[in-house]
Structure formats: structure tokens, C-alpha cells
Ligand binder design. Sequence first.
Ligand SMILES: Cc1ncc(COP(=O)(O)O)c(C=O)c1O
Length: 391
Amino acid sequence: MNYLVDENGFYGEFGGAFIPEMLRVNINKLKNIYNKYRNDSKFQKLYREILKNYVGRPTPLFFCKKYSDKYKTKIYLKREDLNHTGSHKINNTIGQCLLAIKLGKKNIIAETGAGQHGIATATTCAMMGLKCFVFMGVIDMHRQEMNVIRMKTLGANVIPVSFGSKTLKDAINEAIRFWINNNKSYYLIGSTVGPHPYPQIVSEFQSIISEEIKIQLKNEGHLNPNYIISCIGGGSNAAGSFYHYLNNSLVKLIAVEAAGLGIKSNKTAATIACGSKGILHGSMTIILQDKYGQVLPTYSISPGLDYPGIGPMHANLFMKKRVNFFNVTDKEALQAGYELIESEGIIPALESAHALAVLKKISFNKNDVVVITLSGRGDKDINVYKKFYNL
Ligand SMILES: Cc1ncc(COP(=O)(O)O)c(C=O)c1O
């Protein structure tokens, strides 16, 4: 079964590039430059060198002894939180900024929800001498204030988006609008969403995660994991974690969406549980929409998962039943996050805490090898933990 993109930019019935004609030239140039460099040994060498010496890869695969004892199975955490800037997002921004430079672009546009993609973009731009503009919903700016300060400190121009949902969806809308009017800029998408070739580009830059997991598990004496578990917003950390196991049916792949206050509450971001087929941000996928096709407002305590769509690759993996989707409420995520803090001394991002909460929903065998991607660190969420636990 081929779960990867086809030559027309589709994953089964999902994907494609549903964009205004004005962006067609930019998208075609991006496709050509990516096809030229994706297997170019010099480009790959430079990308890998930056990941090693600047980002700090490979990230550890940490065996959690206490956690494993508690859940009576073997639990490993893939520590993307230990990357420079504190999440997996930088794997993608380094790669895409290198492409932008190849395209001769000097201005980078990005959107951000949790702020982690914004930070990674601002950091990479500072390092590579590029100008950075980050669009962010005002609700997210408020709840991720520390990340806004970090982006500004890094020299980024943070542009508040104060209409619509005031969160990630409208930050992306606004970034695309800005791009249409400033098409000399490079639009650096932060997840496996958007028109082809973005989902392909982001998933391939993030595939370093499962490339490393494979090697690291072998060093631990395990041929394959039994489970890989990732949280899912647009789908970049999940795509990266699953990538090299997609055709290995021995490995169960699990993606965890944000249920917010519950999938029946209307205050949710669980796209797969509550959504249907539709077009969002230039690609055919599964989205949250009403019966008139209007995109619904979303809610989740974790801004990085607070998005009414999912990448086309994941929509296809769901339809083909290759990935099993779970959803987790705010409360379950907060409890799971705190459990990790107490058990292992690691503060997870609220996004990653959703993946951890699934441990309570599956019965594992004692010899199962369970890998959970810890997509980011929770410094940015410290006030939410503080409030919930009355610290
Ligand atoms: C730490 C962290 N994890 C996960 C996500 C969700 O994004 P994705 O599904 O693209 O990995 C985000 C998004 O901002 C994030 O910051």
C-alpha cells in the first residue's frame, strides 16, 4: 500500500493544491526546487549538519522505568522537546529556510498557534539572516505570551490576527492573504497542511524522527516498536514519527486529537471524530464544518492542536485504517501531563500531554514496546498547569 503522496500531489482522495491562480507560480517554483534538492547529497548534508550541530539531533529515546512499571509495559519517549527551541518544529523550519534561500527569497512568512513554529522560524531566520513575519491569533498571543516575547526577541515581526477564530485557522488565512500580496516572500508552513507540495515537504523533513527511532530501538535490542503514539494537530510530529513505519504492519500507529471539552460539546478540535471531507487552506482533507460547509470554530486547551483540519496524509491514513485515532479532553491531557512530571521529571507541552493520556485507554502487553513522541516541552504552558493544580 502506498501511503505517500502520488505524482499529482494526492494521498488517496485527499491533498492537491486548491489555490488562487496568483499563487500557482510560487507553488510550482517550490515544487521544482524541492524536487531538485530533496535527494541532493550536498543539500541533505548541510541540512543534517545543521540538525546535528545547531538543533542537537539525534534527540534521545528515553526509557521511562517508573512509567513503564506503572503501565506494565515498556514505554519510551522520543524527546523532541530537547531540540533547540523546544519542539519538533525546527526540523521543518531548517529545511524550508534552506529551500527559501535556494529560491532567492529573503522574507519568510509563517503562522503559529502554540508559538513553537513561530519560535522555530524566528530562530532559523535569525541564524540564516532572513527577515521573519509571524501571524498569530490574538487568543493564542495571550495564552502563549512567553513565546510571543521570545519571537520578538529573536527579531521577528509578530502580526496579531484579531478576527475570526483569533487562533491558528485565521492566522493561516491571514498568512496566505499576505503571501498573495507579497509573493516575493516565502511562506513557511509549520505542519503537514496546505497545498501540495507542503504536506510532502513537511512530512519528509520531519521523517528524521522515525529514522532515528528505528536506529535507537535497534540499539536497545528491539527490531520494531509495537506502538507509536503521537498527538496530532495538522500532523507534522505524527507524520515524522510514523513515516518509516507506514508500510510495516507489525507497528500500530496511533494519533491523538484534542477533544477539548468533549467531542459532543461543540468545544472540540477533534477533526477525525467530528469532521467530514472538505477543502481547507488549499487542500482536500477532513475538516470541522457545518452543514453549509462553513468551517466551525474549534476549542482546545492546547493551541497547537486547536485547528479545524488535519493534513491530507492523515485523512488518507484514517480512511485506509492504517492509523488509529483517539481523542483526549483538556482534563485528561492535563492529568497525563502532570503524571509525567511526577513520574519522570519532564514537563510536557500540553499538545504532547494528549499523546500521553492514551496510555490509560489501551491495554498493553508487558513486552510491548511503546514509543510516544514528546513533541515539545511545557515551559510555555506552565501557567495552565499552575492554574489547574492550584500551585
Ligand atoms: C509542541 C507541539 N506539539 C504538537 C503540535 C501540533 O502540530 P503538529 O500536528 O503539526 O505536530 C504543536 C503545534 O504547534 C506543538 O507546538
